[in-house]
Design a protein around this ligand. Structure first.
Ligand code: A3P
Length: 299
């Protein structure tokens, strides 16, 4: 386990923590990471898993409202219940039902989660928008010490030289678990589907949790969890990390403002190769006409 500088094509370096060959944010504790395999789950925990910048904060907020059955959840950030970030003792302070979250792989986690039938919601987002979002994350958070240009960042990102490794490897690893163990309670959600119709996706999550509310409640959650409402409500929680780093733009297709044609094609090539056999179809654009926040778009 060590801190390492990963250098991009122009010589700018990103500081990361490596533990047993996997890359983490540099300010994580290696002891907490190594303890993940013994994490004491509660029977009623649920968990959001995602590659970084895929919409984890968004789903976490929705899950809290569904789990608590109210829109009036405390203003809190998911980092309090992020498994590789906080100690189990710290997280034990929070009452049930807890909504845990993580960016690690299944092999890092305590296998007891399947005996306890912990429900897992996995969120995926198209890898080009993730790249742009992750780039801003790496530039803004001082602990990464990164000051590079996006054009030099892309090859390293595609090569997995970032926290949580390669986006495709991460996604395939989780997807294989879902395919090989259909008995495990794992729901796969797509960021772009949520942008397309949040009401529909909120209801889908509720069904997965075995909850049943009136449609009006799902609609209220969808209304309260739009990008602008969440940014206004929660964007200031992490002021010491800069303004709204977790609520930057919240769009599908921002990658077109950042990727060169060559890098876009490189991403497509690597995606085709690494995602071979996958059932996940990444959506890189959304027709504005299809974007809706309410149940008129079909449920
Ligand atoms: P951008 O940087 O593209 O804006 P995570 O929570 O996994 O770190 O993901 C962060 C990304 O999700 C950021 O993307 C952020 O703006 C976006 N996001 C957060 N809340 C959102 C919401 N309510 N609706 C849409 N996108 C949201």
């Amino acid at each position: 386990m060590s801190l390492k500088h990963v250098t991009d094509e122009a010589g700018d370096s990103l500081m990361l923590l490596e533990v047993d060959g996997f890359l983490f944010a540099p300010d994580l504790s290696a002891d907490v990471v190594k303890g993940l395999g013994q994490f004491p789950f509660r029977d009623d925990d649920v968990m959001v898993c995602s590659y970084p910048k895929s919409g984890c904060h968004w789903v976490w907020e929705i899950l809290r409202m569904l789990q608590e059955g109210t829109l009036d959840v405390a203003v809190q950030e998911k980092e309090d219940l992020m498994m590789e970030w906080k100690t189990p003792e710290f997280m034990d302070k929070f009452p049930s039902p807890r909504v845990l979250n993580t960016h690690v792989l299944l092999r890092h986690l305590n296998p007891e989660l399947f005996e306890k039938k912990i429900k897992i919601i996995m969120v995926v987002r198209n890898p080009k928008d993730v790249a742009v979002s992750f780039y801003h994350h790496h530039k803004k958070l001082v602990e990464y010490e990164y000051n590079g240009q996006f054009t030099n960042y892309v090859p390293n990102y595609l090569d997995g030289k970032v926290d949580s490794g390669c986006v495709f490897d991460y996604t395939r690893d989780w997807e294989k678990e879902i395919d090989e163990h259909p008995e495990h309670p794992i729901l796969l959600l797509c960021y772009e589907d949520m942008k397309e119709n949040l009401f529909r996706e909120v209801k889908k999550i509720a069904n997965f949790l075995g909850k049943s509310f009136e449609d009006v409640f799902y609609q209220k959650i969808a209304d309260k969890c739009t990008f602008s409402k969440m940014r206004d409500r929660k964007g200031a929680v992490h002021t010491e990390w800069g303004d709204n780093i977790f609520y930057r733009k919240g769009e599908v297709g921002d990658w077109k403002n950042w990727f060169t044609v060559a890098h876009s094609e490189m991403c497509d090539r690597i995606c085709e190769e690494k995602m071979s056999g996958s059932k996940i179809i990444f959506r890189y654009t959304l027709d504005n006409n299809t974007e809706t926040n309410n149940n008129d778009g079909g449920s």
